[in-house]
Write a protein that binds this ligand. Structure first.
Ligand code: ADP
Ligand code: MG
Length: 306
């Protein structure tokens, strides 16, 4: 039986938290400045995704720069089919995070189009777009509150059991249980400082709670040691399969995305190469060079090149 017994001050606080969560998203993405151009068109319809299939993501000749004199993406096109996992790799600063910021519509492209299930994201309600996309950013901002609440930002209506289940999947539950006040431990700048890897797992817990059909991972496990990273990636694979999810993984360590359905290599504002891991190795281009360099380093550092 549906009961409307939620006190109004609770709704007020949920609203504030939602707003705050959005602000947080923006800090997580390192957004500078407010982009007044990005707003709903009058009477914009909500984004509608095909049931149970994740959602197809499509970039069509996308051109974008933060400043007009310095283009970052120059006619970038690619497709992430519904339910598939695509990886984006490339040199630092080539625009990988920018691709995700554009998908989340923090900015609009200068020209070209971004479509989700055939709908131009410029034309749909912003909230409906963002509510379908879970993001695990490279840098996560924590609020000055309990770790429980910090995870709950993923979905403010989640129950304590759901929050703990998400934390287990993100492999941070055990660590939380060892904190002085467990889930009630205050974290953030005025509380307990968490390590980079712990913050990434808080971010992952949030995204797991949000349970979106589209998930974006921006070097989401980069602060973890190789062993923890492997375990977590296995959990993520399972989560993406349980409920068909379309995903983009941005990765520095190529070993973490070898299994992607497609790998896109961004370089100098363009898609330089694309294909599966083995295909790209055979092409003997940018990807092969990146792979050889990383495997060489791995051998020197002694964590087992193949
Ligand atoms: P990557 O994720 O591939 O390392 P980014 O997408 O973060 O690269 O950034 C691409 C380029 O855009 C970089 O040169 C970066 O310095 C620049 N850049 C990123 N964010 C901003 C911004 N808010 N304002 C101006 N330039 C930016
Ligand atoms: Mg980046």
């Amino acid at each position: 039986v549906f009961q409307l017994s939620v006190p109004l001050n609770f709704l007020g606080s949920v609203y504030r938290e939602l707003r705050q969560a959005l602000v947080d998203m923006e800090t997580m993405f390192n957004l500078q400045g407010v982009h007044a151009n990005v707003k709903d068109k009058p009477n914009a319809p909500p984004l509608v995704l095909t049931d149970l299939k994740g959602g197809e993501l499509r970039f069509e000749d996308v051109v974008f720069g933060y400043r007009p004199d310095r283009p970052i993406l120059n006619k970038v096109s690619f497709v992430v089919p519904s339910g598939k996992k695509v990886a984006i790799v490339g040199p630092s600063g080539c625009g990988k995070s920018t691709v995700l910021r554009l998908l989340f519509r923090f900015y609009d492209p200068t020209s070209g189009n971004i479509l989700v299930d055939g709908q131009n994201i410029r034309d749909v309600q912003l909230d409906s777009l963002r509510s379908q996309i879970g993001v695990v950013p490279q840098e996560t901002a924590l609020f000055n509150t309990t770790i429980l609440k910090n995870i709950q930002y993923g979905r403010v209506t989640a129950t304590e059991d759901e929050i703990k289940a998400a934390a287990r999947k993100a492999q941070i539950h055990e660590a939380i249980m060892r904190l002085p006040d467990q889930y009630e431990t205050k974290v953030g700048e005025r509380g307990l400082m968490l390590s980079g890897g712990e913050k990434q797992r808080v971010a992952l817990s949030r995204a797991i709670l949000k349970n979106s059909p589209i998930m974006l991972f921006d070097e989401a496990t980069s602060a973890l040691d190789t062993h923890t990273e492997q375990g977590l990636l296995q959990n993520i694979r399972q989560i993406l399969q349980e409920k068909t999810t379309t995903s983009i993984f941005i990765a520095h360590r190529l070993r973490t995305i070898m299994d992607a359905d497609e790998i896109i290599v961004l370089k100098d504002g363009r898609v330089a190469e694309q294909g599966r891991h083995e295909e790209l190795l055979r092409q003997d281009g940018v990807y092969k060079y990146m792979w050889d360099t990383q495997e060489g380093e791995a051998a020197i550092l002694g964590y087992g090149a193949k």
